[in-house]
Ligand binder design. Structure first.
Ligand SMILES: [Zn+2]
Length: 390
């Protein structure tokens, strides 16, 4: 049985959807720049998870969002002179093309924050009514003191979180951790919507809660994103979603993917140390990237290594590709022993590095025995990494 590490309870738990299809919500990109290898690592991780659940016969409902309106989008729009939604459209098209090249399955729903403003306003209104939020001069803040579990996933007290140097908008609400649900807009070049609290736009955290609740219901089986989203984004999502619906837990299993690092730092737009997927794809086949991402455990934050990427490119070219392809062999091999080891690895919190080692070994056995049965099983398992038989 598949076990997944849950970031909230900090333990590996057997994965069992609460009801029917596995409902998976993944925090998507803010399209103010083009896709880098860190984004691809995250999306490819969830693609393997989804393909594996389906391989096990589990239905999946996968929702991933596009944050097309937030502070970063507004800032980048001002820097470039490109209107916010045009910027979103252009970068999202590049992102989607990159993911198609990597053979990532598209989510079943791909909502944009700007399309869910009605749901967002409904949540804000209810939170105000219940005393979980307060209004201040056209802004609406979530009152963190009203939610005693705030900080549980970070495993830190609110006093300690409040001392972090990177709290966004610190000091603007009554308390340092209080975050914006609705933000007043005064500048004409900033997208805005009418609301009971005046002209404004949604806060970032409530956008994801709204999209998640709108498309998947009050509770979801898996909510994921990069590990840098735990605080404040996901702590805040839990607080506002549970305060709004009254259903606990909002998420049965929190799944966070490590940050790919480059030159010792987290790969990020603000640090300017990006390795772009489209550049890598000019030098390596997409299968090499898929294998390379799979060779790192999803929770690890590893240094990007072009040497390792090249090595996996060679494994694909010299071992997997010949074993997957058409050949005349008619030998025999014990297929099930490999399949069982592969499944046991993925079942153990998506241990893809071990699973890929099994595939490499299996390819060797297929090549040495010429077993058609072995080849068919290898094709089936490689497809879980988005690697198709040419
Ligand atoms: Zn999100």
């Amino acid at each position: 049985m598949l076990k997944l590490y849950d970031s909230l309870t900090r333990e590996k738990k057997p994965f069992q959807p609460a009801n029917g299809d596995a409902r998976i919500y993944v925090c998507g990109i803010t399209p103010y720049d083009v896709t880098h290898a860190g984004h691809a690592f995250l999306v490819v991780t969830f693609d393997v998870l989804r393909r594996y659940l389906e391989y096990r016969g589990q239905g999946v409902r996968h929702v991933q969002n596009l944050t097309d309106i937030d502070d970063d989008m507004v800032r980048k729009s001002r820097e470039t002179g490109i209107p916010v939604f045009e910027l979103a459209l252009t970068n999202d098209a590049i992102y989607q093309a990159d993911l198609r090249a990597l053979n990532v399955l598209p989510p079943h729903e791909y909502p944009r924050a700007s399309e869910c403003v009605e749901k967002i306003q409904e949540i804000v209104a209810v939170l105000l009514e219940r005393g979980s939020a307060y209004e201040d001069n056209g802004n609406v803040f979530f009152d963190v003191a009203s939610f005693p579990n705030y900080g549980r996933m970070s495993n830190e007290s609110t006093e300690s979180l409040a001392k972090r140097p990177d709290i966004p908008l610190a000091g603007r609400g009554r308390a340092p951790l209080d975050f914006l649900l609705w933000q007043r807009v005064t500048e004409p070049d900033e997208p805005s919507w009418d609301s009971p609290w005046g002209l404004g736009r949604p806060g970032w955290h409530v956008e994801c809660s709204a999209m998640c609740l709108q498309y998947l219901g009050d509770q979801v089986d898996i909510h994921g994103g990069g590990s840098d989203l735990i605080f404040p984004h996901h702590e805040s999502e839990i607080a506002q979603s549970e305060s709004f619906t009254g259903a606990q837990p909002f998420v049965f299993n929190w799944l966070h993917v490590g940050m790919l690092r480059y030159e010792g730092e987290k790969m990020s737009k603000s640090l300017g140390n990006l390795v772009l997927v489209r550049h890598l794809l000019t030098r390596y086949p997409p299968e090499a990237l898929r294998l390379y991402f799979g060779s790192m455990h999803y929770r690890a934050s590893e240094e990007f290594s072009e040497g390792e990427l090249a090595r996996w490119g060679a494994v694909y070219r010299d071992r997997l590709l010949p074993a997957l392809g058409i050949f005349d062999g008619d030998g025999d091999m014990d297929v099930q022993v490999y399949v069982r080891r592969f499944e046991a690895a993925i079942d153990d919190d998506l241990d893809t590095p071990t699973a890929l080692a099994v595939l490499d070994e299996m390819a060797g056995a297929v090549l040495s025995t010429g077993s058609p049965e072995g080849r068919a099983a290898l094709q089936h398992l490689c497809a879980l990494f988005g690697i198709e038989t040419p």
